[in-house]
Design a protein around this ligand. Sequence first.
Ligand SMILES: [Zn+2]
Length: 147
Amino acid sequence: MYISWKNFNCPHCGELWQRRMVSAPVPDLEVRTCKWCHKEFATPDIEWPHMTLGQKIGYCISEAIIAFLIFYVMLAIMVGAIASDHITSFMDYVVAALVEIGIFLLMFTQPIIMKSLAIKRSKARVAAQEAGIDAPPPPPSPHPSSM
Ligand SMILES: [Zn+2]
């Protein structure tokens, strides 16, 4: 896995509709209407209930890996700080460790909330779609020209 920005363009007119950092599919609309040419196109996204278990895991883990990488970079910086003579007592080490854990939790909480909201929205969309399919078609509205 690598981290890079990815551009998503409309296949009809080539206009950029989104730029994001993850390459794994996210739980979002599978079909969108282009803002510019108003044509429908398939997105790389998959609604949560339609995802395979592997895709669900991939979605949940991708940012966790990024968070871990950032965490270890900060840990390395902290170890560098410990190596210098700023930290001398055992308590200093404990405080340093608590700070690391605190930063880690802060970094993790936000993506977890964002992801669970995205999953919730996706489930709601699919449920609404399925309800729409199952519901009887609306009664035909009287056409003005036929009256
Ligand atoms: Zn377009």
